[in-house]
Structures are given as structure tokens and as C-alpha cells.
Design a protein around this ligand. Structure first.
Ligand SMILES: *[C@@H]1O[C@H](CO)[C@@H](O)[C@H](O)[C@H]1NC(C)=O
Ligand SMILES: *[C@@H]1O[C@H](CO)[C@@H](O)[C@H](O)[C@H]1NC(C)=O
Ligand SMILES: *[C@@H]1O[C@H](CO)[C@@H](O)[C@H](O)[C@H]1NC(C)=O
Ligand SMILES: *[C@@H]1O[C@H](CO)[C@@H](O)[C@H](O)[C@H]1NC(C)=O
Ligand SMILES: *[C@@H]1O[C@H](CO)[C@@H](O)[C@H](O)[C@H]1NC(C)=O
Ligand SMILES: *[C@@H]1O[C@H](CO)[C@@H](O)[C@H](O)[C@H]1NC(C)=O
Ligand SMILES: *[C@@H]1O[C@H](CO)[C@@H](O)[C@H](O)[C@H]1NC(C)=O
Ligand SMILES: *[C@@H]1O[C@H](CO)[C@@H](O)[C@H](O)[C@H]1NC(C)=O
Length: 244
């Protein structure tokens, strides 16, 4: 009963907040390269799928994979879990290897190959079926984190970071025959301090630049940088002058 009361308390208080400077024009800067376009923190979610939109180019600063050899910056992979110290659940959204029916998803960086925004569509598992806030202690519904883990290289340093986006699983999730069992996706929960030690202490300041290999970027037909654009303009002007 005490646990139940504290859960309701936590729900009504929107327990975790994010630092205001991490959110710029509705985009959430993770400690990494990915930027979360959706959902916003503390949003009540439900429906058929959990949907997450991740910009993996840092708003166009970084090309998509395949990356050049030995890149200055890259996202090696992204894993996602839906976890909660409140409910004790820790579901795999993606650990890089898809399971039957995409109950857990394959490598996020490899889906939608031409798109800088990866749209994660994950079927809510069966124990989250319901409507509204949890009504009893054994419910798996309620407060969760979408835990986003990035293995990446930024400006030449390899990093591993964990970012927890708080959400509320409180909207209606209808029963459907394609819902995987929670047991098939559930993992052990590790204590927060153990996880903190396992990750790099990296802070991405919103708006900071990302260094990339410019030569390789051109070779792979990626973005043209300002210097190259100026050079092309210069050559074109010279050629035109010559023609007249
Ligand atoms: C979400 O993650 C934060 C740490 O990043 C933790 O303090 C909080 O308890 C987690 N929330 C839930 C519901 O597990
Ligand atoms: C992610 O990338 C890191 C660094 O390259 C690697 O050690 C790890 O095995 C990869 N994990 C997955 C799930 O691909
Ligand atoms: C799983 O997701 C991948 C990538 O989005 C897609 O290509 C594939 O068709 C899906 N498989 C199933 C069984 O839904
Ligand atoms: C607890 O709530 C869940 C819905 O979240 C419901 O499926 C379950 O039957 C409830 N259990 C009890 C004992 O009332
Ligand atoms: C990935 O997650 C699925 C679903 O939880 C699990 O069956 C599989 O063993 C996991 N794979 C790895 C390499 O952890
Ligand atoms: C959830 O499970 C995954 C896979 O075992 C693990 O890497 C991750 O650290 C776990 N999350 C928490 C909060 O314990
Ligand atoms: C992480 O880095 C920040 C800023 O550099 C520092 O204030 C903080 O103490 C560091 N935390 C840990 C656990 O090392
Ligand atoms: C990466 O390099 C750019 C350009 O030198 C710099 O502006 C930026 O602050 C660096 N970012 C980090 C996280 O070191």
C-alpha cells in the first residue's frame, strides 16, 4: 500500500525534470550526438506503438552511415530500453538484434538508411495494456524512462553515454494479438550508481559544433562545407571570366 501511494505521488509530481538548457526549440540534446525530436519529457503515452524520433545527424552536422574509415565523429550504435525503478521492469526496445516480429528492434542506425531522423516504432508489450494511471501495485503501467545508450565518437574521442528520458505509460494501450509478452523482453534492472560508473561523463552543450572529416565527406557525396563551396564559386567565376 505504501508503495502504491508513493507511485501515485510520483506520477502527480512528474518526478524527474531535465535541465532547461538541454531542450532547444523542442529538441532534446542528449549527452551524445543524437537529438530527440519526440516525445517530449514526461509525456503521457499509449496507443499501438511507442514512437521515438531521433535525429542522428545532429541537425545536419554529421553524415549518415556508412562512415568513412577512421571518422572524426560517428555514432557507432544506439541501444534503447524502456525501464522503470517504479515498476521494476526493463524492456529491450533495441539491443541491435531484431527478434521475431520486431518485438525488439534491429540496429536503429541502420533503419531508414536515407533518413537523418530514425523513427522508432516499438509495439508495447502485453503487460502495459490498460487505460489511465496504474490502479494497483502489481500493474506494470506508470512512470518509465526511455533509456538511450549511444556508442559514438565525437571530435576524435570514443564515448558511451546513457540518457534517460522520462515518460508516463498512462494513455490507453489496447489489447492486440501482436503484443509480445513482457517476459520475452524483460531484463535485470541495475542500480543507478552502477550504471553511472559504466558510462562516460560527457556533456554535450546544445549548439556546439561536431568536427567531421571534410575530405571523406566530399568523397562520399555528403555535405559540402563552406570552404569548398567558396572554392567552387571561385573556379566557376574564373571560368566565366575566361569565357568572356
Ligand atoms: C529515470 O532515470 C533517472 C536517472 O537517470 C532515475 O533517477 C529515475 O529514478 C528513473 N525513473 C524511473 C521511473 O525509473
Ligand atoms: C556498439 O559499438 C561499440 C563500439 O564500437 C561496440 O563495442 C559494441 O559491441 C556495439 N554494440 C552493439 C549492440 O552493436
Ligand atoms: C522489422 O523492421 C525492419 C526495419 O524497420 C523491417 O525492414 C522489417 O520488415 C520488419 N520485420 C517485421 C517482421 O516486421
Ligand atoms: C492491476 O492493474 C492491471 C492494469 O494495469 C490489471 O490488469 C490487473 O488486473 C490489476 N490487478 C488487480 C489485482 O486488480
Ligand atoms: C536482445 O534482446 C532480446 C529481447 O529481449 C533478447 O532475446 C536477446 O537475447 C538480446 N540479445 C543480446 C545480444 O543481448
Ligand atoms: C536494462 O537491461 C539492459 C540489458 O541487459 C542493460 O544494459 C541496462 O543497463 C538495463 N537498464 C537498467 C536501468 O538497469
Ligand atoms: C561530470 O562532469 C561534470 C562537469 O565537467 C562535473 O561537474 C561532475 O562532477 C562530473 N561527474 C562525475 C561523476 O565525474
Ligand atoms: C568539437 O570541435 C568543434 C570545432 O573545433 C568545437 O567547436 C566543439 O566545441 C567540439 N566539441 C566538443 C564536444 O568537444
Amino acid at each position: 500500500m505504501i508503495l502504491f501511494i508513493s507511485r501515485i505521488f510520483a506520477l502527480s509530481f512528474l518526478a524527474q525534470g531535465l535541465a532547461a538548457q538541454q531542450i532547444v526549440n523542442g529538441q532534446i540534446y542528449t549527452p551524445g550526438i543524437a537529438i530527440i525530436d519526440a516525445p517530449q519529457p514526461n509525456t503521457p503515452l499509449g496507443g499501438d506503438y511507442l514512437q521515438v524520433a531521433l535525429d542522428v545527424s545532429s541537425d545536419g552536422q554529421l553524415q549518415l552511415p556508412p562512415y568513412p574509415d577512421n571518422p572524426t565523429s560517428a555514432i557507432w550504435n544506439i541501444t534503447l530500453f524502456l525501464s522503470s525503478y517504479t515498476t521494476g521492469k526493463n524492456f529491450t526496445i533495441s539491443n541491435g538484434t531484431a527478434t521475431a516480429g520486431n518485438a525488439s528492434l534491429g540496429e536503429i542506425m541502420l533503419q531508414e538508411p536515407g533518413s537523418t531522423v530514425k523513427h522508432v516504432n516499438w509495439v508495447w508489450p502485453d503487460c502495459l495494456i490498460g487505460d489511465g494511471a496504474p490502479t494497483n501495485d502489481s500493474s506494470a503501467r506508470g512512470l518509465y524512462n526511455i533509456s538511450i545508450r549511444q556508442n559514438f565518437r565525437l571530435n576524435g574521442s570514443d564515448e558511451y553515454t546513457i540518457f534517460d528520458l522520462p515518460i508516463q505509460v498512462t494513455n490507453s494501450i489496447p489489447a492486440e494479438s501482436n503484443r509480445p509478452s513482457c517476459d520475452s523482453l524483460n531484463n535485470a534492472l541495475l542500480p543507478a550508481d552502477v550504471l553511472a560508473i559504466s558510462a562516460n561523463n560527457f556533456t554535450r552543450i546544445a549548439g556546439t559544433a561536431i568536427k567531421t572529416n571534410i575530405a571523406n565527406r566530399l568523397r562520399t557525396g555528403g555535405l559540402v562545407d563552406v570552404q569548398t563551396a567558396a572554392y567552387i564559386l571561385c573556379i566557376t567565376t574564373l571560368a566565366l571570366l575566361h569565357a568572356f
